[in-house]
Design a protein around this ligand. Structure first.
Ligand SMILES: C[S@@+](CC[C@H](N)C(=O)[O-])C[C@H]1O[C@@H](n2cnc3c(N)ncnc32)[C@H](O)[C@@H]1O
Length: 327
């Protein structure tokens, strides 16, 4: 299948055509920092509205599905292409339902990529059932190309010292591998079938790439990955085989203003930890023990005392907590 000339806008590129053929044509090997993609599900996508009992009146037609019998070979081909375009250290996030998870995992395991995390996205719009459990999750498979530094922005969204009302670490909670995220409702607005929520895509883009990086989506659909990537000031390359979807959605995507979503992001409180990794001296240990006892005598709870000691001793919460246990 021939691919049309790409649509270019600023640092973004949109190709109407098969992603494998298109990527071979426009993306050099090792040129992409992050691939985030949501391939067709191979479950008769044109009738997904029946599965989900939803109003399809604003859904843009043209979704191209992959026949079940071809799904495994189709998946191996695009995974190999993703591996080719990724730089060493670059990462791939694939959203997959459970029906063809075995094909996606099989393709990943036979590629040069290595597994980083198997994330479960729990969503609140599962199909009502009475004779079995309600399916309410997708898989988000996080893999990377070995041989280079992988981008993982540890404090992209929450600083290591930030706590919730129960004194839990907000950073830890945000980095657990089960993500509970809802769907966005877009009454009356054009949408693609299975459009992913912006919260999911922005989280991936924030943790796994930096401004100016090249983010790629091999299966563009409504372009939610493009919105997250361009909105967070990343360069973007996207592919969509459907002429109808491409024509309906790409003009809006090409008009996005790079960085337009940055101002709305939560600002993490990042505390510098100048003494991280340094060996504790005897004097420091004595001072730590005395300061902790003083704070507790003054009526501070354990959590607050430790938080103050972090600032005073220039160390992280775990380091302070562990040292106090040993003293
Ligand atoms: C699950 S949807 C992507 C939805 C997208 N993540 C969103 O949020 O709107 C998969 C898309 O891949 C497209 N597609 C199917 N086969 C393709 C191929 N070989 N190359 C590029 N796109 C393809 C389908 O037409 C469909 O729009």
């Amino acid at each position: 299948m021939a691919t049309a000339d790409p649509v270019r806008s600023g640092e973004s590129l949109f190709v109407n055509g098969d992603c494998v053929e298109g990527a071979r044509r426009v993306l050099a090997a090792g040129s992409v920092d992050l691939v985030v993609t949501d391939p067709p599900y191979g479950i008769d996508g044109d009738r997904l509205d029946r599965h989900y009992n939803r109003d399809e009146s604003h859904v843009v037609d043209g979704y191209v599905e992959v026949p079940e019998a071809e799904y495994a070979a189709f998946t191996r081909a695009w995974v190999a292409e993703a591996a080719r375009v990724l730089r060493p250290g670059g990462a791939l996030f694939v959203v997959s339902g459970y029906t063809h998870l075995h094909d996606v995992l099989g393709a990943l395991h036979s590629s040069p990529l290595v597994e980083v995390n198997h994330i479960v996205w729990r969503y609140p719009f599962g199909v009502w059932t009475t004779r079995k459990f309600v399916s309410s999750h997708y898989h988000v498979l996080y893999w990377a190309r070995p041989g280079g530094a992988r981008t993982f922005n540890l404090e992209a969204r929450y600083g290591l010292a930030e706590r919730d009302a129960d004194d839990g670490s907000l950073n830890y909670l945000d980095r657990e591998d089960v993500w509970a995220l809802g769907r966005e409702y877009k009454p009356g607005r054009a949408k693609n079938r299975n459009e992913l929520p912006m919260a999911l895509l922005e989280k991936i883009v924030q943790y796994a790439s930096n401004e100016g990086d090249l983010v790629c989506d091999l299966f563009l659909g409504g372009g939610s990955t493009a919105r997250a990537a361009i909105g967070l000031n990343r360069r973007f390359a996207g592919f969509e085989v459907s002429g109808a979807i491409f024509a309906a959605r790409v003009p809006e995507l090409a008009a996005l203003v790079p960085g337009e979503r940055l101002a709305a992001l939560r600002r993490p409180v990042v505390v510098s930890v100048p003494n991280r990794g340094k060996t504790w001296t005897q004097e420091e240990e004595t001072a730590l023990r005395e300061a902790y006892a003083r704070y507790r005598r003054a009526g501070l709870g354990k959590g607050e005392a430790v938080a103050r000691l972090c600032g005073e001793f220039g160390r992280g919460r775990f380091a302070i907590g562990n040292r106090l246990k040993r003293l």
